[in-house]
Structure formats: C-alpha cells, structure tokens
Design a protein around this ligand. Structure first.
Ligand code: SF4
Length: 67
C-alpha cells in the first residue's frame, strides 16, 4: 500500500496530521502536508482512507496495491 499527498492541492487544514500523525505532518514553513511514511502496512488502510476522506482539498491518495 502506498500513499501520496498533492502539495499543490493541500490547503493546510491539518485533518490528515490530526487523524494519522505518524503518517502525515505539516510543513513548519507553509503548513502544507508532508508524508512521513509513504509505504505502509495494510493495517493502516482504514485509518488512511478516513484521513483521505477528511481532507477538504481531496489531496490525499491511498493506493491499495493488493486490491
Ligand atoms: S487534510 Fe488535506 S488539506 Fe489538510 S493538511 Fe492534510 S492534505 Fe493538506
């Protein structure tokens, strides 16, 4: 499973970092998303789907490579 975040779309709302703080962080300079760990275990899938759905800018993509 892989995750990506589009920094051009990100508006720095911080929902992703709030929901999955081990995976996302916000840049100290511009407040936009940073992905800390793009290759994740399948157990994280539900949480990351939640984070993707919570993002108001639809900037997060979760790819389940086993699906
Ligand atoms: S939730 Fe979306 S808009 Fe907010 S920081 Fe994360 S990627 Fe950016």
């Amino acid at each position: 499973m892989r995750i990506s975040a589009d920094r051009d779309r990100c508006i720095g709302a911080g929902m992703c970092a709030l929901l999955a703080s081990g995976v996302f962080d916000q840049d100290a300079g511009d407040g936009k998303v940073r992905v800390l760990d793009p290759a994740l275990s399948p157990e994280s899938y539900g949480l990351l789907q939640q984070a993707a759905q919570a993002c108001p800018a639809e900037a997060i993509t979760v790819l389940d490579e086993h699906a």
